[in-house]
Design a binder for this molecule. Structure first.
Ligand code: AMP
Ligand code: MG
Length: 483
């Protein structure tokens, strides 16, 4: 029963402190529901000689591949600002798979049962949220945003008790790696400097071999992560993605978007948008994401201090210098990203003002963030009446004038806009519709949604309904953690 796994489990070779060996807890009657053939191809997995029954056993963890080495990873995290020791409470890393190009991927089962880190939880996951993670993570991938991906969803045939009784499921998550800022916090909290050194060397070996011979590895690792996280948040801001729970345990060292819980895409432009039911103070609101990224990076820097320099004052100064560059770097990248969205080449000193004026107009007039840019690209959208507005037209005159600066052709501007502005994002109401049908066994809309999201920068006229925001707005849309 082989599908071509080729494991080399580097994380499981780390010292005992880093993990607990634990197998997935077998489930009653696993049934494969979704299998991601595109991703399987990328991994060089082959399902041609395998039936659904065996696939169900494989992707539920009922039958583990021989070379796998199943572990729960230890980590800590600041959750809404409060420090806690955590760890994989409902997931196991079954191994690191190498494809034929020797590219390495973590293969993790999410919802695989209790582990020593479960802290009273049942270790399980609910079908709806796992299908939701599948949709959104795949959408992010095709939006060209670094992300963990989803290889399979299996129904467990078991009930999971939350506020109501729900169907259980297991998601196979594929990532460049599952190290988190929280992994460093866990090891740093144990105050064993040699483990910290092991973790830094391991991280550099696995993710950032280009800084292997650096003179100050800890400092360079900090700088690399600042750069990665800055770029990631810029990408989120570009498409209106709100992660929803940017706790330090959900910030990946690989720079991938990870942990799709209460995340959602913003429809109407409002920088204070929050969907998460528990985020009362808006800590993880849309426009707070860069600030929180810096806050998390500062927690990361704190872990590295003992290895940045033996002289603590010097280490703090070096780390602070690196962190202090965050805002300026972010602003430069953000301006460039927004220039791309508007098709603007070159730099003009009035650009920031032009961009802010458009965002303020969207906010005041409750315009849809995604569709405003689509409208500016002269594409068909439903409900374009809103743009028949004096202030908008005055803004547009300035924009058109700016477009012609630096002698650029309209085609080149359009090309830039096309590659920066998705025509379709996973709209919350469409996801909900697809999930309701899917949990009753009808995957038609789920599959259609996935198909459309695979080409987010190009939508044909028959699929315009997937571009429209919820008919009565999204203000009351709520998302939930830990489901
Ligand atoms: P999350 O909100 O998914 O990032 O999870 C935060 C922490 O809670 C992690 O340590 C998870 O492993 C743990 N956790 C979430 N749901 C469960 C569950 N049903 N059973 C056990 N642990 C869980
Ligand atoms: Mg998490």
């Amino acid at each position: 029963m082989t599908i071509g796994w080729h494991f080399d489990n580097s994380y499981s070779r780390l010292p005992k402190t880093f993990k607990e060996n634990i197998d997935p807890v077998a489930v009653n009657s696993p049934e494969i529901l979704i299998l991601n053939k595109d991703l399987a191809n990328k991994l060089d997995l082959d399902f041609s000689n395998i039936n659904d029954d065996d696939l169900s056993k494989i992707f539920s963890g009922n039958k583990l591949p021989e070379e796998s080495n199943s572990i729960a990873q230890a980590y800590a995290g600041h959750q809404f600002g409060h420090f806690t020791m955590l760890g994989d409470g409902r997931a196991v890393l079954i191994g690191e798979h190498l494809n034929k190009n020797s590219e390495r991927f973590d293969i993790q089962f999410k919802g695989s049962g209790k582990t020593p880190f479960s802290r009273g939880g049942d270790g399980r996951a609910v079908l709806g949220p796992m299908l939701r993670e599948y949709i959104i993570s795949e959408a992010m991938h095709f939006l060209k945003i670094p992300t963990t991906r989803s290889l399979a969803v299996v129904k467990t045939g078991e009930d999971v008790i939350r506020e109501q009784i729900s169907k259980g499921a297991i998601l196979t998550r594929v990532a460049l790696g599952h190290l988190r800022v929280g992994t460093f916090q866990y090891i740093a909290a144990k105050q064993n400097i040699s483990d910290l050194e092991i973790l830094i060397n391991y991280t550099i070996e696995k993710y950032y071999p280009n800084i292997k011979s650096s003179k100050n590895k800890a400092l360079d690792l900090l700088k690399v992560l600042i750069e990665k996280q800055t770029q990631l948040v810029i990408d989120w801001m570009r498409v209106g993605f709100i992660h929803g729970v940017m706790n330090t345990d959900n910030m990946s060292i690989s720079g991938e978007t990870i942990d799709y819980g209460p995340c959602a895409f913003m429809d109407v432009y409002d920088p204070k948008t929050v969907f998460s039911s528990i985020d009362q103070l808006g800590r993880y609101a849309y426009d707070n994401q860069p600030k929180i990224a810096k806050w998390n990076l500062t927690r990361f820097a704190e872990c590295l201090i003992p290895l940045i320099s033996k002289n603590e004052d010097e280490a703090v100064t070096l780390a602070r210098d690196a962190l202090d560059k965050f805002e300026k770097n972010y602003e430069t990248k953000w301006l460039n990203m927004m220039r791309d969205k508007l098709g603007l080449y070159g730099e003009d000193k009035e650009d920031k003002d032009l961009i802010i004026k458009l965002l303020n107009w969207m906010h005041k007039n409750k315009a849809d963030y995604t569709n405003t840019f689509v409208f500016l690209m002269n594409r068909t959208i439903k409900n374009s009446k809103i743009y028949n507005n004096e202030d908008f037209n005055l803004w547009k005159i300035k924009w058109v004038k700016r477009l012609t600066m630096f002698n650029n052709s309209q085609d080149k501007s359009m090309e830039l806009m096309n590659s920066s502005n998705p025509m379709v994002i996973p709209r919350n109401h469409k996801i909900e519709e697809a999930l309701t049908l899917a949990s009753n066994g009808d995957l038609t809309l789920f599959n259609k949604l996935i198909k459309i999201l695979k080409n987010p920068y190009l939508v044909n006229d028959n699929d315009l309904e997937f571009m429209s925001p919820a008919p009565h707005g999204d203000k009351k849309y709520q998302t939930f953690c830990g489901t």
